[in-house]
Design a binder for this molecule. Structure first.
Ligand code: PHE
Ligand code: CO
Length: 275
């Protein structure tokens, strides 16, 4: 049996929240931190809560989510109930050769990145409590599934995320992970993209939050900068509030192309700046 991660598993490094604890049951997991999703474990109250979360968010998507996300959301038909990963995996394998794996919650960095590098996306199996309906700091199944899974059906995004996994394992060896984590934050979590001259969302943190989806796209307060790898890596982020800066892609191809170079010199530059 694997030890239950506790002090040795520094969640604060991942969430940047010194008070974050580990929620979820880490006692039954496999060595790669995966757990079986037991559909029968979801209560009627959780199924009902899932539907309310999905319905509220679906109503906000038209005109705000990028077309890739909208198309996949339609096909996933999440209003049927909490998704069964086994069933979704059949379609996902055919679309982009990714697979979803159930996990108890946040994972150690290297475990998470190793899953991504192998085209496995970790999805938290539990659903938030009713008191967290509007806001939750930690990822739950609603954030992970509703926010992240739709984009995995788009080949160029799917390839990018695998490359990110390899890049993150490399960044860890080179001491560049804090910077690369910012790039993840400003793309995969809070990324915006221009579509026919209009700004839309493709980041999971934006698309799974009613408040932030409206704020990111419609408020005059935050900055919306053209996406730039180095600028995103120089920009600190907040985990417990809406962002002050968003980065806007011209296309998913731009994300792929701009992250294709070897980042080793980028980390050297950033290290020199912070010295
Ligand atoms: N190309 C980057 C490197 O060599 C890795 C990377 C890929 C980073 C995709 C972000 C996204 O380090
Ligand atoms: Co996320």
């Amino acid at each position: 049996m694997e030890p239950v991660p506790s002090a040795s598993f520094d969640i604060s490094a991942k969430t940047h929240n010194p008070n974050a604890g580990l929620r979820g049951n880490y006692s039954q997991m496999a060595p790669d931190y995966t757990v079986r999703q037991q559909m029968s474990d979801y209560s009627p109250a959780e199924q009902a809560r899932w539907l309310r979360l999905v319905e509220r968010q679906l109503a906000l998507l038209p005109g705000r989510a990028c077309h890739e996300f909208i198309d996949a959301v339609k096909a996933l038909d999440m209003g049927r109930g909490i998704p069964d990963f086994t069933e979704v995996n059949v379609a996902l394998k055919a679309a982009t050769n990714w697979q979803l794996v159930g996990v108890p919650g946040l994972l150690p960095d290297d475990v998470f990145f190793t899953h991504l590098a192998n085209r496995r996306f970790p999805v938290t199996v539990w659903l938030r409590e009713e008191s967290e309906f509007d806001y939750i700091v930690e990822p739950d199944i609603f954030h992970d599934f509703f926010g992240h899974v739709p984009m995995l059906f788009t080949p160029i995004y799917a390839d990018h995320l695998e490359a990110y996994g390899h890049g993150a394992l490399k960044a860890k060896r080179l001491g560049g992970l804090d910077w690369l984590a910012r790039l993840y934050w400003y793309t995969i979590e809070f990324g915006l993209i221009r579509e026919h001259g209009q700004i839309k969302a493709y980041g999971a943190g934006v698309l799974s939050s009613p408040k932030e989806l409206l704020y990111a796209l419609e408020s005059s307060v935050p900055q919306r900068l053209p996406f730039d790898v180095m600028t995103s890596m120089r920009t600190k982020f907040l985990i417990d509030d809406v962002q002050t800066t968003y980065f806007v892609l011209d296309s998913l191809q731009q994300l792929r192309d701009d992250t294709a170079p070897d980042f080793t010199p980028y980390y050297e530059t950033l290290r020199a700046e912070s010295a």
